[in-house]
Ligand binder design. Structure first.
Ligand code: PAF
Length: 288
């Protein structure tokens, strides 16, 4: 298959291209993805292009971050369309490794995490961050970029990767990319493709509930009361709710009782039909 963008799957080929750029004194940006690209991914590529001379995007549906019974097999795989979108955005290279190269026979290493990886997503998906951290460490080591851009849509993942990069002395700067939203505020996600027409309409409520929750906190509401109200609204709107909560925006630690006393993040995970949606918003009072 001929793709509309230079594409490599072997780490040695990737390193040959990146070394050539380095030899010319060029800086390298990186956007890791699992494909099924939408405008949110393209915004990350555009951000990396604004920061670096050359940009690599990776496309790898990472089996290690899916538990048995999750949507690994159903996850949309749209390589040709993704390569066309990346080429149009100005991306310079697509790295699309094969599973057997990323996890060869005998692979036996997994990154273990605490701190921001604890709770929230980990409560529902205990395997998830170890799988993400392991593959992201491999990808950062393979590409060795100056800057890597991760979407704020997966806010806990962003903090986990930042912590990982600091703790393991990785030289790559981890940058956050803003969430891109539909007209009704629904955060773009590859998994939105699973939503039926009715589910899609209901999904738009998540952003509204979180925006209202953040506004309450910013207006000085009691954290526990605002959280209880947002949780009730989410329970009324969705089929099930994993969490709706406000946390410290730097560490995801629980907030002190009473009014907001530091920059916070409101975060939620809910199920609409068979689709699990996550989203988050910043919440800060003026005096923070
Ligand atoms: O956010 C994602 O798409 C994935 O978790 C990532 C960072 C590409 C790792 O597989």
């Amino acid at each position: 298959m001929t793709l509309p963008l230079p594409t490599v799957s072997a780490v040695s080929d990737l390193r040959a291209v990146v070394s050539g750029w380095r030899a010319q004194g060029l800086t390298v940006g990186f956007v890791p993805t699992m494909g099924a690209l939408h405008a949110g991914h393209i915004a990350l590529v555009t951000q990396a292009l604004a920061r670096c001379d050359r940009v690599v995007a990776s496309l790898f549906v990472n089996p290690a971050q899916f538990a048995p019974g999750e949507d690994f097999d159903a996850y949309p795989r749209t390589l040709e369309a993704d390569a066309a979108k990346l080429a149009q955005a100005g991306c310079h290279l697509l790295f699309a490794p094969r599973a057997r190269d990323m996890y060869p026979e005998g692979f036996a290493t997994t990154i273990s995490l605490t701190g921001p990886a604890e709770g929230l997503e980990s409560a529902a998906r205990p395997h998830f961050f170890a799988g993400v951290a392991t593959v992201v460490t491999k990808l950062l080591n393979q590409v060795r970029p100056d800057v890597a851009v991760f979407g704020e849509k997966d806010y806990q993942q962003l903090l986990v990767i930042r912590r990982l990069a600091a703790d393991l002395d990785l030289e790559t700067l981890i940058e956050a990319g803003e969430t891109v939203r539909e007209a009704d505020g629904l955060a773009l996600s590859s998994r939105n493709a699973y939503l039926s027409t009715d589910d899609r309409q209901r999904a738009g409520r998540l952003n509204v509930i979180l925006a209202d929750f953040a506004a309450q906190l910013e207006a000085g509401a009691d954290v526990a009361q605002a959280e209880a109200a947002a949780l009730n609204a989410a329970r009324a709107a969705f089929d099930s709710v994993d969490y709706v909560t406000a946390r410290c925006s730097e560490t995801l630690a629980a907030l002190a009782p009473g009014r907001l006393d530091r920059p916070a993040r409101v975060l939620a995970a809910v199920r609409v039909g068979t689709t699990r949606l996550i989203d988050n918003r910043p919440a800060s009072r003026c005096e923070d």
